[in-house]
Each structure stands twice: as structure tokens, then as C-alpha cells.
Design a protein around this ligand. Structure first.
Ligand code: PAF
Length: 302
């Protein structure tokens, strides 16, 4: 039996999981499944997998699909002085999780495999990438779109899964896929949160206990903004001022940005009269945390 199909025969998921370290190997694994008539679903990750990633893996896993998870800490999306070197890389634990969640193929390339030294091409989405996180992390989204398009070209997935927690990343990737006619459906899954509301993130591991307690202020403040909109407030400045004040009252956090933006274009909202995203980034010590809430006043809210 083709081991790629074993998970559909009722065997334990991980007994069939294949680990591919080269582009040629992952292409071979995917081609065999595609030849057998399977749809291919890709979950791109940088590893250090938590419940947020697991929700993507499970969503990608449906009968008759081949799930490919990529685990690659992508150097081109980290700026100078950012946490590329210290980014957690618990590969064995990640492989266990992939096995438990029914991943068929794990793509674990090296940096040299993804970025041969003669590479000269970068994917740049104009406009959307200048704002929010892009304003504070120059070049970050060029790194994201370049690696994501490479992964799409390597795996050629029918669908790819991303978390709403990275709301700007989702908007940028949707734009890239539309502009470059990439035949991959982008599926966005809800943010997974800890019991106190803090969005799960591999970077939460950097926080000391006191910092972790303070981290709650970001989602609490964004939810305050959401409640204001639901109560009828439509002035973005009034809302973002209240969000800032709530974070500042916590102390120990620096605000990178708090904005109310149009969900698709990421342009600042002039008035809250269409689906918008309240998005924020704060720093606690050397750890940068992001989060967002989506509010659609046309769904009866406000
Ligand atoms: O969201 C992430 O983990 C990364 O930005 C991604 C999409 C895997 C690209 O490296």
C-alpha cells in the first residue's frame, strides 16, 4: 500500500507520515497523492507548534485530503536584531504533533534548500505591507510573501491554511494570490486563545510570568474597542484612543501601533461603517505581541 494513503485506511495517523527535507522529495510525495486523485492542503508554519497551529492542521485534515505541513523558520522575514536565532525549534515535539494531527507529509527544508545562494527574486506586495506591522518591521512581508509563494510553487496546494491572528499577513497573502493568479484557496481559521484571552503565539514562550500577566491587556483593550463599536461608536480615533489608554493603564508595555483598518485594504478606517479590523502590536520587554479583532457592523453589531 502506498504509505501516503495509509491514514485513509484507518491506521494511526503518524504511522504513515513522511518527512521530506528536499524540494524534490516533497514534490514526489505530493505528486503520488495528486496522481491518486487527492486534493492537497498545505499548512505553512515556522514550527514551535501550539494549539493555534493544531487548529489549522485539523481544519486542513478532511477525508480524501493530503495534508502537507511545512516547518521552516524563514530567515528573510526577520529583520536585523529580531529573534531569528532564538526562535524556538523543537523539531521532535513538532513532528509528534504533526503525527497526532494527521499530517501526511512534513516538509522540513534547510535554509540552503529554500534559498540557494544565487537567488535574486523577491515577492513584494505594495501598499498593504507598508502599514501596521510593515511600518515597524521593514522587509518582513517581502520575506513572508516570497517564502509563501515558493511553498505554493513547490507543493502546489489546492488550499492553504492561515490563522486570523496574523490578520495583516492574511490580507497580504490574499492580495498576492489574487494579483499573481495563484490557484490556491486561502482558508483563514479563527485565532486560538488561552483561557485568559491571550492569543496563542510561539513568542509567548519568551514572556516571564509577570510579563505574561500583562500580555492580557492587548486583547482586553481590543475587546473594549469592539464593545464600543457594538454600542454604536463609529469614530475610529475615539476607539483607538480608548484602546491605547487601556493598554497604557496596565504599564510595562510599549505600543507599536493600535489602528482601526479596513479588513481587505488595511487602509485606516475613516468611519466604522464596513468590516474592519482593530489591530495592535505591543512590546513587553523584548517580546513583540500582535493581535486583532474583526468587527462587522453590517452583521447586526452596533
Ligand atoms: O505565519 C507564519 O508562521 C509565517 O509567517 C509563515 C506563513 C509560515 C511564513 O514563514
Amino acid at each position: 500500500m502506498n504509505p501516503l494513503l495509509a491514514s485513509d485506511a484507518g491506521l494511526a495517523y503518524d504511522s504513515a507520515m513522511e518527512t521530506a527535507r528536499t524540494i524534490a522529495d516533497v514534490r514526489r510525495a505530493v505528486a503520488a497523492a495528486r496522481g491518486a486523485g487527492k486534493r492537497i492542503h498545505l499548512v505553512p508554519t515556522m514550527g514551535a507548534l501550539h494549539e493555534g497551529h493544531r487548529s489549522l492542521l485539523r481544519a486542513a485534515r478532511a477525508d480524501g485530503r493530503l495534508v502537507v505541513a511545512s516547518i521552516f523558520v524563514n530567515p528573510t522575514q526577520f529583520g536585523p536584531g529580531e529573534d531569528f536565532e532564538r526562535y524556538p525549534r523543537p523539531v521532535e515535539a513538532d513532528l509528534d504533533i504533526c503525527g497526532q494531527d494527521g499530517v501526511d507529509v512534513v516538509f522540513l527544508p534547510s535554509v540552503a534548500e529554500m534559498y540557494p545562494p544565487d537567488g535574486r527574486t523577491t515577492v513584494h506586495v505594495a501598499g498593504l505591507t507598508k502599514r501596521l506591522c510593515g511600518a515597524h518591521r521593514p522587509g518582513h512581508f517581502d520575506g513572508v510573501t516570497t517564502v509563501v509563494l515558493k511553498l505554493f510553487n513547490i507543493v502546489q496546494p489546492d488550499a492553504a491554511y492561515f490563522g486570523q491572528k496574523d490578520g495583516q499577513q492574511v490580507a497580504v497573502i490574499r492580495r498576492m494570490v489574487a494579483d499573481l493568479d495563484v490557484p490556491t484557496e486561502i482558508v483563514v481559521c479563527p485565532t486560538v486563545r488561552d483561557t485568559d484571552g491571550v492569543a496563542l503565539s510561539s513568542r509567548n514562550a519568551y514572556l516571564e510570568p509577570d510579563q505574561r500577566r500583562r500580555a492580557r491587556c492587548l486583547i482586553e483593550a481590543l475587546r473594549l474597542g469592539e464593545a464600543m463599536i457594538r454600542d454604536g461608536e463609529r469614530r475610529p480615533d475615539t476607539i483607538t484612543r480608548a484602546i491605547r489608554a487601556r493598554i497604557e493603564a496596565t504599564g510595562g508595555c510599549t505600543i507599536d501601533y493600535i489602528e482601526a483598518v479596513d479588513l481587505a485594504t488595511l487602509e485606516p478606517a475613516a468611519w466604522i461603517d464596513r468590516p474592519c479590523m482593530l489591530a495592535g502590536a505591543i512590546r513587553i520587554g523584548s517580546t513583540r505581541l500582535i493581535d486583532n479583532v474583526v468587527v462587522d457592523v453590517s452583521d447586526g453589531g452596533g
